[in-house]
Ligand binder design. Structure first.
Ligand code: UD1
Length: 430
């Protein structure tokens, strides 16, 4: 099982370039199958979740060409089936976007129920409610979601909670439904806007993405296009936290600073210096950080996907911080690992109370899930001594070239496949 081994304690410094947004890419690549012409998508992050989705898209018969530098060309004209069931799609959250896309295009879809990070129960009732409102018959059979409709018709849909996945999935299906769909209480995340922009570039008529009311006028077909994915807000935020935790100085390039506002403002509040440019942010860590309170919320609130990385920084900030997780109920599993590194954190329900310590110490820790794994790496790079982060396949689901990018910032880190390689790293022979 692959691990990352690192010798921490050095401030990270230098420049890092952020990849395209994984969670936007999942919706966009699924949407690309809706055209019967080639769709060229640029800045696709080559991470495991994307590779799994592309495998599923190939399996239904679409042609998928992956070019150097993160360009993917999908041609949906050769699709010959609407059933997606393989081992990979079950591991992936975003696989459910194929339901919306195939339902919209072929009025039929059978897709394995989604997996993804184990961060609490992750129902899809709002997706189902949306598809039903559009006229689809939805069943769950043999672990698959089966969606069928003789015809899809626009509808007025009020989401009971703000859901990124449901908003994108309904947008996909409704873009080729007959008539007008209105999604109320829609998610406003940057990747919702990105998927809407991409569908519009394919000929859809979607207005209001980025607000809580999205209006979609259905069109009969979608056509090919060229589209570039926005930068990954969470990858950028992760490097921002790495700068803060290691007291480093990192320039993070290819970002949209507006998407990072909730993260930047919290880092400023605890004492970091943030310098914003048009498409870059520089984060300068400080020796003495102050505590703060964080509550995860839908965009533009503080992202739940940044909660573990921020907790590492707060574990090293003077005073008592309170972190409230309001999106997923099981997102503090990493806390036990952090405590083994010397952090002083107590979890009560959906609240973590963090008493800052002056330093963390190295340990062998687990990744648990994608963002928790990234948080463990940040902790390991901030801690003195050698830390091993186990089960890094979680991290590689969502971070492109993570080790290489960290090494570019001066981190002493390597990916190893066994104990022998880990020992050799310690002896500087890797
Ligand atoms: C997406 C992201 C994930 C991020 C999350 C919140 C992808 C592949 N994943 O996940 O990284 O952490 O947004 O920003 O894009 N809910 C329901 N019923 C539903 C749908 C959601 O009860 O039908 C609940 C969820 O349990 C959760 C909340 O709504 O409590 C938000 O979930 P949602 O925004 O849908 O998250 P995902 O799309 O799964």
């Amino acid at each position: 099982m692959s691990q990352y081994v690192m010798k921490g304690g050095n401030p990270l410094s230098g420049e890092v370039v952020i990849a395209g947004a994984k969670n936007a890419a999942l919706g966009i690549l699924a949407g690309a199958v809706m055209a019967n012409e080639p769709v060229t998508v640029e800045h696709v992050p080559m991470v495991q979740d994307i590779e799994f989705l592309l495998d599923a898209i190939r399996e239904i018969g679409a042609s998928v060409e992956v070019r150097e530098g993160g360009t993917v060309v999908i041609d949906g004209s050769t699709i010959h089936k609407t059933m997606v069931n393989n081992d990979y799609i079950q591991k992936l959250r975003g696989g459910y976007y194929l339901v919306g896309a195939l339902l919209g295009k072929y009025h039929h879809a059978e897709v394995d129920l989604p997996g993804g990070c184990n961060i609490g129960s992750r129902p899809i009732d709002q997706h189902i409610k949306g598809f039903r409102a559009l006229g689809a018959d939805i069943k769950v059979r043999n672990g698959m979601i089966v969606a069928h409709s003789a015809r899809l018709a626009g509808a007025h849909i009020y989401l009971d909670m703000v859901s990124v996945g449901a908003t994108i999935n309904i947008m996909l299906a409704a873009s080729t439904a007959e008539g007008k769909t209105i999604i109320e209480n829609a998610a406003k995340e940057p990747h919702v806007v990105d998927v809407a922009n991409m569908l519009n570039a394919m000929g859809a008529n979607i207005k209001g993405a980025g607000t809580d009311v999205i209006r979609i006028n259905g069109v009969s077909t979608l056509h090919g296009t060229d589209y570039t994915i926005i930068p990954d807000q969470i990858e950028a935020g992760t490097f921002m936290m790495a700068a803060a935790a290691t007291k480093g100085d990192i320039v993070i390039k290819n970002v949209i600073p507006k998407h990072l506002e909730s993260i930047s403002s919290k880092l400023r509040e605890i004492g970091c210096e943030i310098v914003e440019d048009d498409d870059a942010v520089r984060v300068i860590g400080r020796n003495h950080l102050r505590s703060t309170h964080i509550k995860t919320l839908p965009y533009p609130g503080f992202p739940t996907d940044m909660q573990p990385q921020m907790a590492v920084v707060l574990a090293l900030a003077e005073g008592t911080s309170v972190v409230t997780e309001s999106i997923f109920e099981n997102r503090f599993k990493y806390v036990d690992e952090l405590v083994r590194m010397g952090a002083n954190i107590k979890v009560e329900g959906n609240v973590a109370i963090i008493d800052g310590v002056s330093s963390l110490s190295s340990a062998k820790v687990n990744s648990n899930d994608l963002r928790a794994g990234a948080a463990m790496v940040i902790a390991g790079l901030a801690a003195e001594g050698y830390t091993i982060v186990d089960e890094v396949s979680h991290i590689e689901r969502g971070y492109e070239n993570f080790v290489e990018k960290l090494r570019g910032l001066g981190a002493d880190i390597a990916r190893v496949d066994n104990e022998r390689e880990a020992r050799r790293f310690r002896m500087r022979a890797v």
